[in-house]
Design a binder for this molecule. Sequence first.
Ligand code: SAM
Length: 224
Amino acid sequence: MSQDSLFDKAALSYDEWYESELGQAVDQVERAGIDQAFTPSGSNILEVGCGTGNYTLTLAERGYTVTGLDVSAPMLAIAKDKADKAGYNVHWIEGDVSQVLPELGKYHGILSVTAFEFIPKPAEVLADLFTHLLPGGCLVIGIIAADSPWSELYRQAAAANPESVFAQANFYSEADIRGWKVGANPEISKALFFPPAVAGMKEAFEYEQMQKFAPGFLIAKWVK
Ligand SMILES: C[S@@+](CC[C@H](N)C(=O)[O-])C[C@H]1O[C@@H](n2cnc3c(N)ncnc32)[C@H](O)[C@@H]1O
């Protein structure tokens, strides 16, 4: 039987975020940034911390051969159910990325969205993942940025509730990422220039356009 993990209790309500107006605005700008950065050199993709499959299903829909890896059995069960219902054939690995590295294959692209905040020793794990890229392949992560209105919100959530998943999160800056020895120099892009307290979609996209606030989402890309 698998061990309990951090996101198990959050699994059933996790997708509710994407149904809220704010969640949809956030998802839209994060996806636009990820889509621009994630340019695999072929069809074989690994997604690390795939959660309930929000990106996994999009990748499968686009015709990629996808492996979704996650340490939380309940998160993975939801992802599997969604993929089965949509008729996608996804390969799943349940496990902690730092424990299953030797089992992984070689990929044209490796993607991870808002998972490396929760993974200890990110630089070491990313350096190892980089060795699982085929030549020309890319490793892309999207993470919540340190020193932003979003990391501040999550810090407050952690302070108010030590049981919150955010009590286990680490937030990194562009300088932190540039200091990680992964195997190549990273290309870093930024998104989420509106704060959590935005009035609605219209204001969110105006602020995004204006790059009004410190970016809440950093996207780092390493190419082999
Ligand atoms: C915030 S969720 C993001 C899920 C998905 N990527 C998305 O964007 O909706 C973080 C996910 O990372 C997973 N995760 C955290 N630490 C992990 C680890 N060491 N190995 C594998 N997955 C991990 C969690 O179980 C959770 O499903």
